[in-house]
Design a protein around this ligand. Structure first.
Ligand SMILES: NC(=O)c1ccc[n+]([C@@H]2O[C@H](COP(=O)([O-])OP(=O)(O)OC[C@H]3O[C@@H](n4cnc5c(N)ncnc54)[C@H](O)[C@@H]3O)[C@@H](O)[C@H]2O)c1
Length: 469
């Protein structure tokens, strides 16, 4: 089969490379000249593990090409995927569909025979039907079908998600389009991927409903974490205790500074608007949006309090900037609000992220110091804040941090460090949802049972290990 993909961003590039790897001939159309030049030279403009190799191999094999000539790309293809951005429209929270409709118009002008036009971009309910009308209006001479095939890949594990998805959703009213897409996804069907065929509107809504549900789960555990801090419970134990219930599931129950990224914030907001316009408001999702906004806005203040109420003149190290690990994506990252607040409050801020330094620079305020690694960030810092849970931060020995830091406050917004080890190293350690807890773990010291404990309330931290004889 031959396909064209309009938009060579995260979704277009990953889907294109993966389809090519499954044996499909793929032409990716990208308008950004810098991105296109990079792709043509074999450089990947985004950070995504494994993508460089996949692109290189498939480009070399002649199955994957990049260009800006839409006429050449769509000529004779079976399917055209629209994978352009659908950011939040300025001012009202609706999805901005200007890139989608611009792409549809360009595609319509260049189609030569029956083609299935598929939205892979996340688009509001009703968009597919509107695209169908537009195509009919622009090309009354041609038979064209429209389908919705929302993408569920996650940045950071995008290739695995695309190649072994939980499901593929295909929404269309046309049996012919369904057959074409069934053929395209046959390699995934053969590995027993459930293919969910629906109508257009249903497929469009599935994507928003899925993202909003996950955002709600994250927001729920964040609020539970706040409650844990007040009542002396441990949010990880609560998450495990509820997550082992098969009806709830363990994923997306990790507390943190609030969700960010390219999808959850804009998709929850768009779903709120879709539901309001349809006269069936989703109050739960409305609340998720406002609770998450408030949480992110409050994180800077939380750090300032942990530093004793003021950070003026203090040096604060920030570990991690990207909205999550294994990506360089800075869209709506919680680190943005945090760094801005600290700088506004007069702190000297030192930052490091393994992948997102370049993306972060234009978004962070003047005066921020960009460091070479985690130890560089920590060196001389009065307080250290962990914002993104990159694996390389997990491996840092608390004693090593203690040696190079000036102060002893650590604010761990992802609960990466072991509270006991941090307390033993002499840190005043703050984390999420377990700061007011007392933890008891039975273990052994020299063959004798031991009681290990830590207590960390407010600014007072203490820890110890008592051997029971
Ligand atoms: N990023 C994710 O993890 C993810 C996951 C699932 C779904 N989605 C959805 O997929 C869509 C794309 O997201 P993304 O993160 O890949 O966006 P992106 O901004 O990384 O990529 C979009 C690309 O499209 C290009 N483009 C815009 N108009 C074009 C045109 N007319 N012709 C050719 N190229 C054009 C842009 O230059 C850009 O490179 C969005 O609707 C998003 O919500 C994203």
């Amino acid at each position: 089969m031959r396909i064209a993909i309009i938009g060579g961003g995260y979704v277009g590039l990953v889907s294109g490379a993966c389809f090519a790897d499954l044996g499909v001939e793929v032409a990716i159309v990208e308008v950004d000249p810098l991105k296109l030049a990079a792709l043509r030279q074999g450089r990947i403009p985004i950070f995504e593990p494994g993508l460089d190799r996949l692109v290189e191999e498939n480009a070399k094999a002649g199955r994957l090409s990049f260009g800006d000539d839409i006429a050449a790309a769509v000529a004779g293809v079976d399917v055209v995927f629209i994978a352009v951005g659908t950011p939040t429209r300025r001012g009202d929270g609706h999805a901005d569909l200007s890139y989608v409709y611009a792409a549809v118009e360009q595609v319509a002008a260049n189609l030569q025979a029956y083609t299935v036009v598929v939205t892979k971009s996340t688009v509001p309910v009703g968009t597919g039907r509107q695209i169908g009308r537009l195509l009919q209006e622009l090309r009354p001479d041609l038979e064209v079908d429209v389908a919705s095939n929302p993408e569920f890949l996650r940045e950071g594990s995008a290739i695995g998600d695309f190649m072994r998805p939980d499901r593929v959703v295909i929404g269309t009213a046309s049996e012919r389009a369904r057959e074409v897409l069934r053929q395209l996804y046959r390699p995934l069907y053969l590995i027993e991927t459930p293919i969910v065929f629906t109508g257009l509107e249903t497929a469009e809504l599935i994507k928003y409903a899925a993202n909003a549900y996950l955002a709600m789960k994250v927001t729920y555990i964040n609020e539970v974490a706040d409650l844990c801090e007040r009542v002396g419970a441990d949010v990880h134990d609560v998450a495990r205790g509820i997550g082992l219930d098969g009806r709830i599931g363990r994923k997306f129950l990790h507390p943190g500074p609030g969700f960010g990224g390219s999808c959850f914030p804009k998709d929850t907001l768009a779903l709120v608007r879709i539901a309001q316009d349809a006269g069936a408001p989703l109050r739960l999702v409305e609340t998720v949006v406002s609770v998450n906004d408030a949480r992110k806005a409050g994180m800077g203040g939380r750090i300032v309090s942990a530093c004793g109420g003021s950070v003026r003149g203090r040096t604060i190290g920030v570990l991690g900037l990207a909205f999550k690990p294994e990506t360089d994506d800075m869209r709506e990252a919680p680190s943005l609000g945090i760094v801005h607040r600290l700088v506004e409050d007069g702190a000297h801020v030192r930052v490091f992220d393994p992948a997102a330094m370049q993306q972060a620079r234009p978004l962070l305020p003047e005066g921020v110091a960009y460091c070479d690694d985690a130890i560089d960030v920590a060196t001389g810092a009065d307080a250290l804040v962990l914002v993104t849970e990159w694996n390389e931060f997990r491996a840092i020995a608390p004693e090593r941090l203690r040696q190079c830091m000036n102060g002893r406050v650590v604010i761990d917004l992802r609960n990466v460090f072991d509270p006991l080890a941090m307390c033993e190293a002499g840190f005043v350690y703050h984390s999420i949802g377990r700061t007011a807890s007392e933890r008891r773990v039975d273990d052994e010291v020299d063959g004798l049972p031991a009681l290990t404990w830590q207590r960390n309330v407010g600014d007072v931290a203490s820890s110890g290990r008592r051997v029971l004889s």
